[in-house]
Structures are given as structure tokens and as C-alpha cells.
Design a protein around this ligand. Sequence first.
Ligand SMILES: C[S@@+](CC[C@H](N)C(=O)[O-])C[C@H]1O[C@@H](n2cnc3c(N)ncnc32)[C@H](O)[C@@H]1O
Length: 346
Amino acid sequence: MVRKKQFEKPLYGDKESLRFATPEPIARYRAQRLKCRVLADISCGIGGQTVFFAQQCETVYAVEINPKRLEYAKQNCKMYGLNNVKFICGNALDPKVIEQIPKVDVVFSDPFRPPEAEERQVSCLEPGITDVLSAYREKTQNFAFEAPPQIPPERLPYACEKEYISLDGQLNRLTLYFGELKQHDRLAVALPAGDGLVSKSLQPSPVRVSEKMKLYAYEPEPSVVAAELIPELVASMTEAVGPFTCGFELFRVDKKRLLLTSDSLVKQPMIKHHYLVLNVIPFEPRKIHEFLKDQNIGNVVLRAGVKPEDYWKVRTEIEKGLKGKKTVHLFVKNGTAILCELLFQE
Ligand SMILES: C[S@@+](CC[C@H](N)C(=O)[O-])C[C@H]1O[C@@H](n2cnc3c(N)ncnc32)[C@H](O)[C@@H]1O
């Protein structure tokens, strides 16, 4: 038995179940959003999400196919002093399990994701979303599911809300909301701060792509990128600086990284990092080193597609002998180094 420390009270569970347990800030956020009288968590695992549902709801039904995990879920609820959870061991799609659950306000499922699946697909989930929607249709119209956040909105075959969540600047969860729980088409959330950005019914104009870096660079929260809300993000930044200032353009660093760039400076909560662009020079470690020395910079955070085995070699070559106190972030696009200083010290 292992106990997971990222929770206020470390949870009981085996190593694998703890790895899949919902991180506490997300579990708390989701429990707030799904707060209701009676909720069924029908693939509850060791109860990482169940405990927070039980803090918000009058009654929670917790179903789990694996008896050992259900025992951990009971232990975790007990540790949190909760006695409003009814535990059911069995297959959530088995009619004998379904008949033990009354009409509820919300059905939630965080299904099992086979780790071997190469491309993340909703069809790989267990229990399947379509099966749950059909099996529980007499119990409620309000469903929420967790799905792999790597799946883009257009690959989700449901007319539901798609909520992408980043935690501490990393993409972490995707929740799908059905029935009255659906409030938007897409939503991006950044936790633990709790800031958000929603899709507009009238889609804002596409963002111009630029090959040239301007005075400032902006790195969006990964949930904004995953939810395909860059046009909405740019619309909100443009609104903040006013229409008569410089616009915001999209600068693709590589396949995985994108930045926004502008000569205007604006602080936006769904921007993970705001940067002042210090220099754009050829990606030659010696030239970069000289520039950094002149600027009193001591540390470099490499944000480039450098192979993991080369990372420390390149970083040491660039940083060797630097004594300055400042740190720069270094992006590389097509052999060009973009050296950026973090603003606002987020
Ligand atoms: C990702 S885990 C749930 C994690 C949980 N939300 C937490 O935060 O601890 C998915 C769970 O679904 C369970 N499961 C898979 N198929 C099931 C089924 N048909 N009925 C009930 N539980 C099922 C698995 O045993 C696994 O424990």
C-alpha cells in the first residue's frame, strides 16, 4: 500500500491507482462544478474524486469493478470523515448494479484508459461513454465524463461541453459535460488559480500567423491551446489593449510549441508566461553565450526541441562560466534562437 502525498490527507491506494487518481485541486474544482443532491461516481477507483464529491453532495453512489480499489475508496472516505457514500462493487454496466442506483442528479465517470493505446481515442475507455449514456439514461440526463486531454475537440463525437484543464502550467484533464451540465462548447481552465476562457458562439477572426518575433512573446496556458481557443484569447487581449494598438500574431516555434507576439504589453490570466524578447540571433552556442555574458545572464531555460540526451550538453555549452543572476528562456525556430526574459515573475 502506498499513500499519495499531493492530497491534503495522503490517499490510500496501490501504486497504479494512485497514479490515475484525480489531483486534489482538480477534484475539488470538479466537485464544486458538479455540486448537487445525489451523484453517482460509477468508476470511482480508490475514490480520489469521490471524497470531494461527498464533501459537496448529500449522497454519493460509488461503483468500482475492482474490489481492492473499492476497499481503498472506503478507507479514503473514512479518513475524510465522510459517511454519505454508498459503495457498490461490480461492473457499472451490469443491470444488477444499475438497479441499485436510484434516480440521481448527476452521473460521473472517470473511465479506465488502456495505457498501450497509441492514439488517444474515446472508444478505448472502460466503461465506454456511449454505453454509460445508454445504460443510465433512466437515472438522469446530466452526465460528466473524464476523457484523455490529448484528444482534440473535433475528435470527440459528442455534442457536449469540452473542458480542458491545465494544472501548474501542464495540460492535465479533459471533462465532457452533457445535459444541463453543458454550459459552453469549449472551456479552458487554469488551476490552481481557477481562471478560465470560453468559446464564443460567434467565432472570432482567425489569428494572423507571423514569422517575425515582436517586442513581447506570450506563452498560452496549454488548456487554451488544447481547447482551440487561441482566437478567443487574442480577442480578449486585443480588447484589453484597445483597438488602436499593435495586434497579436501567432508565432509557431515548432510542432509542439506556439507563442503569441506583439509590440503591445498586456497581462492576461490565461497566459502562462509573459516575456520580453531580448534578442533573435542564429542558434550558435558561442554567439548566444557572448550575448548572455554581456547581459549579465546566468541561467538558460532551454525551451527548444533539443533531444533529451543532448539537453545538458547544449545547456552547459551555452551557460559555461556565466556569472550573472538573470535567467532567460531560449526558444529555437529553424536554426534561430529567440532569447526571452520572463516578465511579472509568474
Ligand atoms: C481512472 S480510474 C478512476 C480514478 C478515480 N476517479 C480517482 O480519482 O481515484 C478508472 C476506474 O474504473 C474502473 N472500471 C473500469 N471499468 C469499469 C466498469 N465497467 N465498472 C466499474 N468500474 C470500472 C477501473 O477498475 C478503475 O479503477
